[in-house]
Ligand binder design. Structure first.
Ligand SMILES: [Fe+2]
Ligand SMILES: [Fe+2]
Length: 309
């Protein structure tokens, strides 16, 4: 048997943690008060809040639909030649795909029962998918993985997996989704203050808290696998990780803020920007900053790029 219970790796331990934490049900939340709160949002506030929620609804569906080829690519690798057990990681991903389906389920229900629509398109116009980085890219990533599975070439499989984990766990989950949570935090807090309340959209906040907890495991597993792939093929850092991170940095961290008009008085996008730089640094530190040429120190790299412009 490839799985050895006495030698459980990170992915197995995160799977076990997920069995304990990831059992929540989106159907359990009573949305009555959230519906009343939502009516107190102005049209501009609703539109802005829906822009971020639409990114999540679309994004959760995209990640649910594109994760399966990761398992196939892991299974096509020669397990005994690698520094980690691909089967334990496949177990982990089997759990993750269920959790992503549940996140899609949550947003689907919330859109229907609170926002009164299933249509995200009007809220995504001018949004991030036009800034060169979106969860739409995950479909191409999945195709690349399937091509690598068909080729059976070890280096192609490792490189395709490295790019896939970086896109999905390293960027979409660790950067884009977590930026979204910080945005929700600010909008909700500012709206509650404006209404003289302690809190608004409480069921939303509780359910998103569960999503965040799941995503923390997804991100940690992704970082761990990226590190294992860098141990297996050290050139992957210069060939795959750094160019993809640079693309993200150029398109997102160094670009102008997406929304000029902030209907929530006091909204502070810079605070989110600073946090996102730290998240990227955390991913790099987990993989091993010493393996990186350009982005070992993200803040210094950003300053150099800004000065060069
Ligand atoms: Fe998710
Ligand atoms: Fe996730």
């Amino acid at each position: 048997m490839p799985i050895d219970y006495s030698n459980r790796e990170k992915s197995y331990e995160l799977y076990r943690k997920g069995k304990r934490e990831g059992t929540w049900d989106p159907d359990d939340y009573d949305l009555t008060q959230d519906r009343e709160d939502w009516e107190q949002f102005s049209e501009a506030e609703q539109h802005r809040f829906l822009a971020t929620c639409s990114g999540f609804y679309d994004g959760e569906e995209d990640v649910t639909r594109t994760l399966a080829p990761y398992m196939m690519a892991l299974d096509a690798l020669p397990n005994d030649e690698l520094p980690f057990d691909t089967v334990q990681e496949e177990m982990y991903l089997a759990q993750q795909v269920y959790e992503e389906a549940k996140h899609t389920d949550l947003f689907s229900r919330y859109f229907e029962e609170v926002f009164g629509t299933q249509n995200t398109a009007p809220y995504r116009e001018g949004g991030y998918q036009e800034q060169g980085y979106s969860t739409d890219d995950l479909y191409d990533t999945a195709d690349d993985l399937l091509a690598a599975v068909n080729s059976g070439d070890r280096t192609e499989l490792v490189y395709s997996l490295g790019e896939a984990y970086l896109n999905y766990m390293g960027i979409v989950e660790a950067q884009l989704a977590r930026g979204g949570y910080l945005s929700f935090d600010q909008m909700i807090e500012l709206k509650a203050t404006q209404m003289g309340r302690d809190s608004v959209l409480e069921s939303f906040q509780q359910a998103i808290g569960k999503v965040r907890q799941d995503e923390t495991r997804h991100i940690e597993n992704g970082r761990w696998v990226m590190k294992q792939l860098a141990i297996a093929e050290p050139d992957i850092v210069a060939d795959v990780y750094e160019p993809r991170m640079e693309e993200y940095v150029e398109n997102r961290l160094l670009s102008d803020p997406l929304y000029d008009d902030q209907p929530f008085e006091g909204y502070d996008p810079d605070r989110i920007g600073h946090q996102l730089v730290q998240y990227l640094q955390d991913t790099i530190d987990y993989i091993g900053a010493e393996r990186f040429d350009q982005y070992g120190d993200v803040r210094a790299a950003l300053e150099a790029e800004t000065a060069a412009d």
